[in-house]
Design a protein around this ligand. Structure first.
Ligand code: SAM
Ligand code: DTB
Ligand code: SF4
Length: 326
């Protein structure tokens, strides 16, 4: 898949963002229709394979050992347990299985189990995704060889705002891991969180960084902060829903062929807000009642919303519907 070469600037992103809402949504929906079936949404399922006790200081996260959170640290779970959960997710309609670990980076001793998880989930016919923190060259090669399809590693916010949120690893570290993953031939899933006290310009700068990567990410998760007790962002001011929808629309226009995922925070969104996000070009969600540790709408609730909107789950590997334009 080759993307038309286009370099985005903050100014160009800002002028989209500032359009009258109806014009912005019309443009986003037009771009969406030119690239995807507008009535299909991809379902990913998450599983926390190692929870809590993380050495990083991400100020939004309940799993950081530095946040005084009560979440106890667990060990990497057994491969068989992952596979039995994955089978249930597949039977419930998930086409991608995303395994997340609360680590700064995986240790050498964990690699054999991680490889077995990827191989086992892949053998069930689902796409595989992992999010394990930073990776070195050897680790990306091992995961690629096992058949890993996607790696999730979020830049989270703008380069400017990033140090306000995380100090234990840099924005540049994140970009290094993303480059390593892409160069190994693993598809990149990268996005961020809205509602951490950042300015609208930070949200746009985050999209500019993502869109200007050597290739835009295949998947772009846009999370709405789920404030977690005992974290520095526990009392963060919620983002205005219209501002949130505008960012989804700008992401769709800037990354026309990426799956834009309406990620964490849906349990605090109305049906109407989610419908607006789908109209603005979001075409992927996390399905199932738990994210990694936080709550998510019940499958039955999502299916009721899909039925009201005439949305169907996307088939696995449903690529954008047209070949890349020149
Ligand atoms: N430890 C790995 C890492 O950070 O790269 C993987 C798991 S981490 C929980 C994955 C992503 O989830 C984070 O980068 C962040 O964007 C998102 N996330 C974590 N806590 C969140 C929260 N409370 N609200 C919204 N998104 C959150
Ligand atoms: C992403 O962008 N969002 C997911 C996934 N990638 C790993 C995680 C959301 C986590 C929400 C908080 C929790 O469940 O602890
Ligand atoms: Fe650790 Fe990931 Fe949470 Fe940061 S977001 S504290 S790296 S689990």
């Amino acid at each position: 898949m080759t993307e038309p070469a286009k370099t985005w600037t903050r100014e160009a992103a800002q002028s989209l963002y500032d359009l009258p809402f109806m014009d912005l949504l019309f443009e986003a929906q037009s771009v969406h229709r030119a690239n995807f079936d507008p009535n299909r949404v991809q379902l990913s399922r998450l599983l926390s394979i190692k929870t809590g006790g993380c050495a990083e200081d991400c100020s939004y996260c309940s799993q950081s050992a530095r946040n005084g959170s009560s979440l106890p640290a667990s060990k990497l779970i057994e491969v068989q347990q992952v596979l039995s959960e994955a089978r249930k997710a597949r039977d419930a309609g998930a086409t991608r299985y995303c395994m997340g670990a609360a680590w700064r980076e995986p240790k050498a001793r964990d690699m054999a189990a991680l490889v077995a998880m990827v191989e086992g989930v892949k053998a069930m016919g689902m796409e595989t995704c992992m999010t394990l923190g930073m990776l070195d060259d050897g680790q990306v090669t091992q995961l690629k060889t096992a058949g890993l399809d996607y790696y999730n590693h979020n830049i989270d916010t703008s380069e400017r705002y990033y140090p306000e949120v995380i100090t234990t690893r840099s924005f540049a570290d994140r970009i290094d891991t993303l480059n390593r993953v892409r160069e190994a031939g693993i598809k990149v899933c990268s996005g961020g969180i809205l509602g951490m006290g950042e300015e609208p310009a930070d949200r746009l700068d985050m999209l500019v960084t993502l869109a200007n990567l050597p290739e835009p990410p295949d998947s772009v998760p846009i999370n709405m902060l789920m404030p977690q007790a005992d974290t520095p962002l526990a009392e963060a001011e919620p983002i205005d829903p219209i501002d949130f929808v505008r960012i989804i629309a700008v992401a769709r226009i800037m990354m026309p062929r990426s799956h834009v995922r309406l990620s964490a925070g849906r349990s605090d969104m109305s049906d109407e807000m989610q419908a607006m996000c789908f109209f603005a070009g979001a075409n992927s969600i996390f399905a199932g009642d738990t994210l990694l540790t936080a709550e998510n709408p019940e499958a039955s609730q999502d299916m009721a919303l899909f039925a009201k909107l005439g949305i169907q789950p996307m088939e696995p590997e449903a690529a954008p519907k047209v070949e890349a334009a020149e």
